[in-house]
Structure formats: C-alpha cells, structure tokens
Unconditional design. Structure first.
Length: 306
C-alpha cells in the first residue's frame, strides 16, 4: 500500500510528533504531511498514517496516538508517546533506509529506543520532569525543539506550520546524527577487538585512528589495558587514558604528574622523549609528533602507573 498522507495535529508542536515525522517522512518521502484535527483526516483510511492525534492506537489501521484512555504502555509499564509507537513499528525500516547493516539493526533499534526514544516518551507523558536535568533543563532536546514554535503574538497565517517545517529539519539532524554515532560505534567495536587481540597482554592498545574504544575494551574483559595510542588527523599521535566508567572522569591510570600542563621543550625535558608536544593538565591525554615518540611516552606512563 502506498502512503499518500502523513497526518498529525496542527497548532503548537512537541518533540514526539516532530521526531515521529522524521522517521515517517524518510520512509514516505512522497507523502504529503498534513497537520490538522479535522475528523475526516484523523480517521484511519487507506493510504495514510495518523500519529499523535485521533485517540486510538492500531498499527494495522495506521493510527498511532497515545492520548486516549487506556493509552498503550511498554512491557515494563512505562508510557509510549507517538514517537515510541512509531519507532516500535517503523524504526527498523528507518534504520534500513539509513543503510544500517542488517546485522546491526536489532541492537541499534534497541539502543536508540532506550537512549533517545524512551526519554522523549517519558517527558511527553509527564512521567519525568525536565527539572531532572537541573540547570540544563531548558537545553534538553524536547525543550529546544519546542522553543522553535512561534511566539504567542505572531499573527501571521501559517506561522505554526512554517515553524514545524523548520523544526523538522533540525530534529532530523539530531536523529540521524544519533543513529550514525551508534552505527559507527558498532564499526569501531570490531576494529578495537582486533587491536586488543593483537596487543595480547600489553598494557597499551594501539588503534589505527581515533574512535570510541571503551565499550569494546570492557566487553572484551581487557582489564590489563591502561592506555590507548592512535594517530590524529594533523599527523601527530595521541596517548589517552581509559575511563573507569562511562559517566565519570576517573581513569584506570593517569599520565605522570610531572607532565601535567607542559608543552614542547618543557615536556620533552620532563619526559625525556624527543617529540613530546603536550600533556593536558588533567593528565588524561598527551600528544607527540610521531608514533615512536608516543610509544615511548606510553611505556613511561605504564612504568609510572605500576
């Protein structure tokens, strides 16, 4: 069945129908996006998908709302917004449309649901307050997207629809960037696991370029690793510590204290390594001019950490 219309409500908008529109317009680029509450449009019919309006949820009939009595819930009892419902039914097709490899679709679908979709669902349903973000509450994605709505005294005809169209472009950028990062992390995991195997019981992991590495290190049980080295775009090389956990800044091992905050000749003198260029004051990253120099610095850092 060809989808001719994507139907959501008119007036002010929220993140859930905007983000649903990101998914649906990618899958049905030739469909007309219609924002209305007219009963003849929000009633299921062939050739249309209705979402965030209509007070019904029936995937078979193409309607995905969550405002009705006995609104749909996830298996764990948490509420869906229209975005969660659309992602549940169309997310895998959306990932395929973005050329995510088939082998990665289930994992990325699940991870994106938990990391991105669920928070939108909870905020839209009032199950979580933006206040949980503290002083950053106004900078959450739902609040930023809603800030793109017209001001209350903008009398121009069609102001809401034009604002929705502008916001849709921005929402699309966030969704596609998040998916791209998750897909790239999957690719990086394979590279990192191979590098771990090559490193054996060495304490330093050498990668062919900068990439996410912590999740693969943890999943591989490579607890012996202390530092990572890799080339950078400018031709120099970096030496970085490995964080203990995702949320904190603690490292398995810090770079030597005597390197902290030094650059160029001062760092060369303190480290004894020709080509040492920089060490961050917080001792989580250092830079050298070439591979030989960075490996020398890495060996010194391992010895100091022992």
């Amino acid at each position: 069945m060809t989808i001719q219309y994507l139907v959501t409500h008119n007036g002010g908008f929220h993140a859930d129908e905007l983000l649903s529109s990101v998914v649906l317009t990618r899958l049905h680029p030739d469909a007309e996006l219609k924002r209305t509450r007219a009963s003849e449009w929000i009633t299921p019919a062939e050739g249309r998908v209705i979402y965030d309006v209509g007070r019904d949820y029936d995937a078979g009939r193409g309607i995905f709302d969550h405002h009705q009595k006995d609104a749909p819930l996830r298996d764990d009892g948490q509420p869906f917004s229209s975005f969660g419902l659309v992602w549940r039914h169309f997310g895998r097709d959306y990932l395929r449309a973005l050329d995510v490899p088939d082998a990665d679709i289930e994992d990325i679908h699940r991870a994106f649901d938990q990391d991105f979709v669920l928070p939108i669902d909870l905020l839209d349903n009032g199950a979580v307050s933006p206040a949980v973000a503290g002083p950053l509450s106004g900078l959450t994605l739902p609040m930023l997207l809603e800030s793109l709505k017209p001001v209350f005294d903008d009398p121009a005809p069609g102001a809401d629809d034009r604002a929705f169209d502008r916001a849709l472009v921005i929402a699309r950028a966030f969704v596609e960037a998040a998916i791209a990062r998750k897909a790239s992390r999957r690719r990086a995991d394979g590279v990192v696991r191979q590098a771990i195997a090559q490193a054996g019981q060495g304490r330093v992991l050498e990668l062919p370029m900068g990439m996410p590495y912590r999740s693969a290190i943890v999943a591989s049980g490579a607890d012996h690793l202390l530092f990572v080295v890799h080339p950078r775009d400018g031709g120099d090389w970096a030496l970085t510590g490995i964080r203990v956990d995702d949320d904190g800044f603690g490292l398995r091992a810090d770079l030597p204290a005597e390197w902290a905050g030094l650059t160029d000749e001062a760092l060369e003198q303190a480290s004894g390594v020709k080509g040492a260029r920089f060490c961050h004051n917080a001792r989580f990253i250092a830079v050298a001019s070439d591979r030989d120099a960075i490996l020398q610095m890495a060996r010194i850092a391992v010895d100091k950490a022992a």
